[in-house]
Design a protein around this ligand. Structure first.
Ligand SMILES: C[S@@+](CC[C@H](N)C(=O)[O-])C[C@H]1O[C@@H](n2cnc3c(N)ncnc32)[C@H](O)[C@@H]1O
Length: 613
């Protein structure tokens, strides 16, 4: 990532792999082997290093943050699902085990209401690339904000693009370490929830929380000399980019195409019973078990089709291969398609191409997984980290010029077919998403509804069906015994309190607003309110029944049968949330297609397992 200076980088020769331009802010570089045991959920061979000093509270990437993708109803246990489905997420589970993806319910980046099953969050860029440092060894030195959420001016009624791109984006990371990062320091991400745990501890009476400034936070094993970084690393983007130079490294994780096929939790239940019935019928009369089919070999019920996770649209793929490659370099997932300059076009043309980064791949002694067949790839015990592509400029790219990649002819045809069919393609919606029904995204409701309606008012003036109200609130079983909580039988009442870390998405719970009161004495003058430190007239406070959200730890769960009422909640602590399966990414007609790299010549022959002879 560039420091923001307009200084032109020297035009390098791609084959000689010159060092990155000195204006670079962040570099991706092989880590020293001594620092590779930091991350106990899987070490990282490569790390992100700061090339400059970045003060505390400053963003790592001043131009913005990365996007956030959610995997919907990922099956991980037999609790509600078939064993076949479990087998189908083996690689994704490996990604999760090694800290490449996180559970939405606990990661604090939202998305946990997108489905009714397990939702996993994919955070490409800094969050996936960086090594993580666990609390016992020190502290992470960055912290991620809550991402922004909108449909990028492509509402479902108007655009063929609706539902085909991430609705959450701009997840930015800020430096949290006292004194800031110095040039050569490694960026250590917070995969263990260190910052969240700390906020919780500060919120309780425990004031003796070590802020990390004096604990075992030695930088020795993670800091590298700037000279070493510039000779071994690759910058994570640039401003003026001369033709032939490396625009950005693109680490990729391989994934079998099948793992992005999914069904909603409810649909899975139907499939399970349908398949069980089929299995009984086909097994009838057989005694030796030979030739028996397993459940996952059986078809879906006739009226059902596989859905594809949105992640597919962000993966590189080849029509003749079951291997998908998910790029997780900083900002690379934002790169849009444009045709190659050779195709006659009036519009913008592709200005970058993909190639393997022999420079970074050669620095590790690890097995080059490009020589493995897809099934050998999936047998690896860890997700292969050392696969790194790079984007190379096909022409001089000026500051502010959009970086564009040719997604290939197969993608272009698929997109043309989809957009030509629009709006029929989008109109082919699930029953609960028909356009006749009113749909208003949650983030718009948050913008336009100043005063929330009570449950009673909603019977007359309901909100659109796609949303519900939620509130940032921390419930602790202990809190119910505290003096400010009125406990009448099974009804508890307590005032709302602001606390450090409260606005973390993990604290967002469904709630029902039961009353609304002016925050102030309506006869007080503005001066009196100012003197008393009260909010201006017109502000409302709410009383609401707080509910549990799925996935809460036992100590945060309101016991069954207990009505937990909270008063004095400001409007700012409420959010409208899209109901499960309501946001655009769930539209049945939304475009799904991997980025085609068929013509880029990067897939080794051994991966082309779907090639017809
Ligand atoms: C890797 S993403 C690109 C980033 C995406 N625009 C975003 O903001 O998240 C690929 C998706 O972007 C959209 N896209 C990119 N280039 C496009 C183009 N030239 N025409 C139409 N859609 C495009 C499609 O939805 C595609 O599935």
């Amino acid at each position: 990532v560039d420091s923001g200076s307009d200084e032109a980088c020297d035009a390098p020769d791609v084959n000689e792999y010159p060092p990155p331009p000195k204006s670079c802010r962040l570099l991706l570089s092989p880590r020293s082997s001594s620092s590779q045991d930091i991350d106990d959920d899987g070490d990282r061979t490569y790390g992100i290093y700061s090339a400059v000093s970045i003060p505390k509270n400053h963003p790592l990437t001043p131009l913005g943050g990365d996007l956030v993708l959610h995997l919907i109803d990922v099956s991980t246990s037999n609790e509600h699902k078939t064993s076949a489905h479990v087998e189908n997420t083996v690689q994704l589970q490996k990604w999760k085990k090694y800290g490449y993806i996180q559970e939405a319910a606990t990661s604090g980046h939202g998305g946990n209401y997108e489905g009714l099953g397990d939702i996993w969050t994919v955070l490409p860029g800094i969050s996936m690339l960086g090594a993580s440092r666990q609390q016992k060894q020190g502290r992470p030195n960055i912290w991620a904000s809550i991402p922004e959420n909108d449909e990028a001016s492509h509402p479902r009624h108007q655009s063929a693009l609706a539902g085909s791109f991430a609705l959450h984006y701009n997840l930015t990371h800020q430096v949290t370490i006292p004194g800031g990062l110095e040039g050569g320091d490694e960026v250590l991400v917070d995969r263990s929830g260190w910052h969240r745990k700390r906020a919780l501890m500060l919120n309780s009476d425990d004031t003796a929380v070590n802020d990390g400034s004096s604990n075992n936070n030695s930088k020795d094993d993670t800091t590298m000399s700037i000279d070493h970084l510039f000779s071994h690393g690759t910058s994570l983007a640039s401003t003026f980019i001369p033709s032939g130079s490396i625009v950005a490294p693109v680490p990729v994780l391989p994934l079998p195409r099948d793992e992005l096929k999914f069904l909603r939790l409810k649909e899975w239940k139907k499939v399970t019973s349908f398949r069980k019935r089929l299995l009984k019928e086909t097994a009838g009369g057989k005694s030796d078990g030979e030739g028996d089919v397993t459940e996952d070999e059986l078809p879906l019920p006739p009226d059902m089709e596989w859905k594809q996770q949105l992640l597919l649209n962000y993966c590189y793929g080849h029509e003749q291969s079951s291997v998908l490659l998910f790029p997780y370099g900083v900002f690379v997932n934002y790169i849009n398609h444009a045709p190659s300059a050779s195709e006659s076009t009036d519009g913008p043309v592709a200005n970058v191409k993909l190639q393997w980064s022999e420079r970074l791949m050669n620095t590790t002694t690890k097995l080059d997984v490009r020589s493995l067949t897809p099934s050998q790839l999936w047998e690896q015990s860890t997700p292969p980290e050392g696969l790194i592509l790079e984007l190379v400029a096909l022409k001089d790219i000026k500051p502010d010029e959009e970086i564009l990649l040719d997604y290939g002819s197969i993608w272009s045809e698929a997109w043309k077919e989809h957009s030509d069919q629009y709006p029929e393609s989008i109109l082919k919606l699930a029953d609960d998403h028909t356009l006749e029904k009113e749909y208003s995204p949650a983030y718009i409701m948050d913008d336009v509804v100043t005063n929330l309606r009570t449950v009673e008012e909603q019977t007359q003036f309901p909100y659109p069906e796609n949303v519900f109200t939620a509130c940032f609130y921390r419930y602790d079983t202990e809190a119910t015994t505290k003096s400010d909580t009125v406990n009448k039988g099974k009804t508890e009442a307590t005032p709302w309190k602001m606390s450090l870390g409260l606005f973390d998405m993990t604290n967002l719970r469904p709630c029902k607003v039961i009353s609304r009161e002016p925050a102030n004495d309506r006869f007080a003058t503005p001066q009196q309110l100012k003197q008393q430190g009260q909010p201006p007239q017109g502000k409302m406070l709410y009383t609401a029944i707080i509910q549990n959200r799925p996935g809460l730890p036992a100590n945060e769960r309101i016991p069954k049968g207990t009505k937990h009422i909270v008063s004095g909640i400001p409007r700012g602590a409420f959010r409208f949330v899209d109901r499960p399966y309501a946001s655009d990414i769930h539209l049945d007609g939304a475009f799904r297609h991997n980025i085609g790299v068929d013509e880029a010549g990067i897939y080794p022959e051994v991966w082309l397992d779907l090639k017809s002879e």
